[in-house]
Design a protein. Sequence first.
Length: 271
Amino acid sequence: MITPVQQCGPTAYGNYRLAITETGGLLRSEDESDWQGYDFNAQYEGYLPPCRFTALACDDDLVYLAGMALKDNRPCLFTSISGGVWTRRSLIMYHLLDGMKPLNSEICRILCYKRMRQVFLICRNGELATLSDCPKCLRIQTVTDMEVADAALNDYNITLSLVGGGSVCVPLDDALQFRISPDFAEKKRASGAILIDMRDSIEHAAGGLPHSVNVPYESVIDWLYKQPKNGIYIFICRTGINADNAARLARAAGYANAFSLGGSLLLALAP
């Protein structure tokens, strides 16, 4: 009998469960008792890189599956709504000043924080990657130089268990990522998103942000409470700090579609 190492499911779109074996294969089951082999690599031959799978998880909307490509031993991440059709997610962080930075290490655990709609990728080499709703907005940070064995999540911290013993705690606020790219923000604007400019009135008037609402940072939560919770809200300020904080506070208050566009100074550097 093959024992699943990691498993997830059912999802909102399917009753089956997926699991990873000790050798990096995949299993699928309808009721968690009769696991059957699921040959992902054969099914997507020629379309997606064959992998040894290392982690999986699911939230209310997506199933996340991580693996190491057999050809070049690089990490891969795939997502699916129901587990029937998979697409590859980019694992490259784009930074206006530093350029591109790829994720380079095995993903050993995927953590879904449903309350804030955040997904964290925990890597063996001590890197923590945060997936944003924006496909171009992966955030990668090094949180330890020790090898990581596993990780767990609560409402305050991400705790990384280290190989050989010990642990590292990362405050959840340090891992959250609500930044989106200007292109993604424009798509959201086309879907009815409201852009909230928190700069002072003079900068707002001169800043070239048409169709935005000028709300000072100290008043933004009071303003937000008067808005419907199913709306889409994009915050911007001068440096990005207040915009990030506003998006975090809005998500914590139940506004699931709150985002940060960062700062107008950074946007001025964008090509």
